[in-house]
Design a protein around this ligand. Structure first.
Ligand code: ZN
Length: 392
C-alpha cells in the first residue's frame, strides 16, 4: 500500500542472518485463528480483528477446557470493550486477545480452539526509499511498521512519512538526500543498521515519526546529544508555529531512536510525536483506531514536519566576503533587490553580515536574532546573488 504513494524498494533479509547482537527470527504466517463453542458457533475470529491473536502465536488445535484456555486469553478489565494488542516474539507460546465483555460470555466448560500458523525460516521485510538531493548527506526518516492496524501508534507515522516522501520527490531542488525507512520496530532498525554500518557517516540527522494523529500537543523528543542540528531545527520550527508544542529530553525508551542513538552509532535522530509511547490509554489496544486520530492533527503534524525540513534545507553557513567594517551595499546592488522600506529585512541583513564569519550557520543567526529562517534565507539569497557572501 505504501507503494501506491511512493516507489519504495522492498528488502528481504533471511531468517537466521546475524544482525549486530541479534538474529533475524523465523517468519510468522497465520491462516486461521478462532475459538468456537462445541456447537460450532464462532466466539472469536481473527478475521474480525487481527488483534485477536497474540502475534507470533505457535499453532494449536483441539478441544481445551476453559480453565486452561483462560491462561491463554488476554483482556483489559478496565476497558471492557477494547481488545488488547499483544506479541510474543521471543518466547514460543500462543494466545488470544479479546474484549473483557467477550470473555464474560465464555461460560462453557470447553471450547474448540485453532491457530493455524507457521513459524518457519523466511524473511524480515522492510521498505526503503532514497530521495536523492544535491548533497550525498542524508536526513533519515523512519517509521515502524510492525502493527499497522493500530492507527496512531504506527499507521500515522507511516502515512506522514510516505506523504513527506511524495512531497520531496515533487520538489525541484533538494539540498539533502532523504532516506525513508519503513521497518519493523527494534529488529528492523537493528537489521538496517547492521546492513548499512559502513555507510552511516552520510546520515546528518533525522527523525522517527510516531503517534502523530491523536489530539495531544505536538511533541519532540531530543536526540541523545540534545544539541544537534536537528534539535535546533525543531526548536526553531516550534517557536515559529502557532500550535502549542512540547519538547522533552531523550530517554532510552520509545521507538527506534534508541537504536540509532546507541553508543556505537550515535546518529542524531530525534522523534516527532503527539501522544507518547505507552502513555495514552488507547495505546496498544483496539481503541487506537480511526476514531482516535483526527484529520486536523495529522495535517498539522505533517505541516510541522515540512517546516522542520525547510529549516534544515535552509540552514547553510556563509562567509561575509567584506568582513572589515561594513560593505557598501548600495554599490553592490543589494538595496535594489530588497524592498528598502522593510526594516525587518534590513536588520536581518545586518545580522547575517555580522555573524557570517564561517562559524555561525543561519540557524545560529536565527537563534541569536529571533528572525524566522525564511526571512534569513531570503535575505541571504540576495546577499549571495550580489556577491557579498559566499557559502562556506
Ligand atoms: Zn507499538
Amino acid at each position: 500500500m505504501i507503494r501506491e504513494i511512493i516507489p519504495i524498494a522492498i528488502r528481504e533479509v533471511a531468517s537466521g542472518t546475524r544482525v549486530l547482537d541479534w538474529t533475524v527470527p523465523n517468519e510468522w504466517n497465520l491462516r486461521e485463528a478462532w475459538i468456537k463453542d462445541l456447537r460450532g458457533k464462532t466466539i472469536i475470529d481473527f478475521r474480525q480483528s487481527n488483534l485477536h491473536v497474540v502475534s507470533y502465536s505457535a499453532p494449536v488445535s483441539g478441544r481445551i477446557g476453559i480453565d486452561e484456555l483462560r491462561s491463554h486469553l488476554f483482556t483489559l478489565p478496565e476497558h471492557p470493550d477494547w481488545i488488547p494488542y499483544r506479541t510474543s516474539y521471543y518466547r514460543e507460546t500462543w494466545g488470544f486477545c479479546l474484549s473483557h465483555n467477550q470473555l464474560r460470555e465464555m461460560t462453557n466448560p470447553e471450547y474448540e480452539v485453532r491457530i493455524d500458523s507457521t513459524l518457519e525460516p523466511g524473511h524480515l521485510v522492510y521498505g526503503e526509499l532514497l530521495v536523492p538531493g544535491a548533497s550525498s548527506q542524508e536526513l533519515l526518516i523512519s517509521a515502524h511498521i510492525c502493527h499497522p492496524s493500530l492507527c496512531n501508534d504506527n499507521l500515522s507515522g507511516i502515512g506522514i512519512a510516505a506523504h513527506l516522501a511524495r512531497h520531496l520527490l515533487s520538489v525541484q531542488h533538494r539540498r539533502y538526500s532523504y532516506r525513508f525507512l519503513f521497518i519493523p520496530g527494534t529488529i528492523g532498525a537493528i537489521t538496517w543498521l547492521a546492513q548499512n554500518r559502513n555507510n552511516l557517516s552520510r546520515i546528518r540527522g533525522g527523525l522517527t515519526l510516531v503517534c502523530l494523529g491523536d489530539s495531544s500537543p505536538l511533541s519532540y523528543k531530543r536526540t541523545l546529544a540534545g544539541n544537534t542540528e536537528v534539535d535546533h531545527a525543531v526548536s526553531h520550527a516550534f517557536q515559529h508555529m502557532e500550535e502549542k508544542t512540547e519538547t522533552i529530553d531523550y530517554v532510552p525508551y520509545g521507538y527506534d531512536e534508541r537504536q540509532f542513538n546507541s553508543p556505537g552509532f550515535r546518529l542524531p535522530i530525534g522523534s516527532l510525536m503527539r501522544g507518547r509511547h505507552g502513555q495514552f490509554p488507547e495505546y496498544h489496544t483496539s481503541a487506537d483506531n480511526l476514531a482516535f486520530v483526527h484529520r486536523e492533527q495529522l495535517a498539522s503534524s505533517y505541516e510541522a514536519l515540512r517546516k522542520i525540513i525547510e529549516v534544515l534545507e535552509a540552514n547553510r553557513t556563509f562567509l561575509n566576503l567584506f568582513p572589515y567594517g561594513e560593505p557598501q551595499l548600495g554599490r553592490r546592488g543589494v538595496y535594489r533587490e530588497m524592498s528598502s522600506a522593510n526594516h525587518d529585512h534590513q536588520l536581518a541583513l545586518l545580522w547575517i553580515l555580522s555573524l557570517s564569519d564561517g562559524s555561525h550557520s543561519l540557524l545560529d543567526i536565527a537563534e541569536r536574532s529571533g528572525f524566522a529562517m525564511e526571512t534569513l534565507r531570503d535575505v541571504a539569497e540576495i546577499l549571495l546573488q550580489c556577491g557579498v557572501i559566499e557559502e562556506k
